[in-house]
Design a protein around this ligand. Structure first.
Ligand SMILES: Nc1ncnc2c1ncn2[C@@H]1O[C@H](COP(=O)(O)OP(=O)(O)OP(=O)(O)O)[C@@H](O)[C@H]1O
Length: 260
């Protein structure tokens, strides 16, 4: 089943075309990567998908329903969550609190419930805490619950950011350069972690420059160049595609991170 679909999407900024006729789909349960040189338009795709930008043409469907033009909160509620290129954790909050922030929009108490700490408020808090504990246990961070986010090693901080995305009850998780700044060991752990999310039923769309990770993690890959989709396929097909090699990896490149 198609979970996500872009149909003929275009985006212009002040008349300047950044994306042209982008078609892309992600099936339920897939890990799909979006790659392309700097400035190709990858982050713009995420911004369109999450309602930060509005499309200039075309439509975006999530579970068959059109989501372009909807407010950001409605898109989050529909089941799309995102992590960012730069970590956006609350460093001075504890690990569990960082996860609970992700669930905040699902809580069903009002301001007065919170002020007077009503039974409803306490019950919602208890449920949210339990869910956060469950998530942290499921990703092997149960022993870090009370640590401050800033005290975690970098790789664990990125995992925590993904945990927060899971806490929104997302079906589709958008990862923007999750391996950026990671060492080899952390990237290896990230790969296992993202695959474990897939096994748990999450669908993943990621932007990534680390070609090694992309080739090992993806069910399918889309390649964007100058705002146009130039290729789509399985990792083995993409790595042999002449247009991709020319546009992205650079002819004669060895397939390693061509961006650095
Ligand atoms: N708000 C904006 N206003 C004007 N131009 C923009 C805006 N956002 C993005 N662009 C332009 O759109 C193009 C695509 O940018 P985008 O950030 O989507 O690329 P990218 O593929 O994610 O690049 P990178 O790999 O460097 O993150 C760039 O030329 C950028 O300058």
């Amino acid at each position: 089943m198609k979970l996500l679909e872009f149909k003929g999407v275009a985006k212009n900024f002040s008349g300047l075309s950044v994306l042209e006729d982008v078609n892309l789909s992600v099936d339920q349960g897939e890990i799909v990567s979006l790659i392309g040189p700097n400035g190709a338009g990858k982050t713009t795709i995420f911004n369109l998908l999450t309602g930060v930008y509005q499309v200039s043409a075309g439509d975006i469907f999530f579970e068959g329903k059109k989501i372009n033009g909807k407010p950001i909160q409605e898109i989050v509620d529909a089941g799309i969550a995102r992590t960012f290129q730069n970590l956006r954790l609350f460093p001075n909050m504890r690990v569990i609190e960082n996860v609970m922030v992700g669930d905040y929009h699902n809580q069903k108490y009002g301001f007065l419930d919170m002020m007077f700490r009503t039974r409803k408020f306490k019950e919602e808090e208890r449920k949210a805490t339990q869910q956060a504990v469950d998530i942290l246990e499921s990703i092997g961070m149960a022993d870090k619950i009370d640590n401050y986010a800033s005290d975690l090693p970098y790789g664990a901080q990125r995992r925590l950011e993904i945990a927060r995305a899971i806490a929104t009850n997302a079906k589709l998780i958008l990862l923007d350069e999750p391996a950026a700044g990671m060492n080899g060991q952390e990237t290896e752990e990230l790969l296992e972690f993202v695959k474990s999310l897939q096994k748990r039923g999450f669908t993943i769309l990621l932007i990534e420059h680390d070609m090694n990770l992309v080739m090992n993690i993806s069910d399918r890959i889309y390649v964007l160049n100058h705002g146009r989709m130039i290729a789509e396929g399985k990792p083995a097909e993409i790595s042999k595609n002449p247009a991709v090699i020319e546009a992205y990896l650079g002819t004669g490149g060895d397939g390693d991170d061509a961006e650095s």
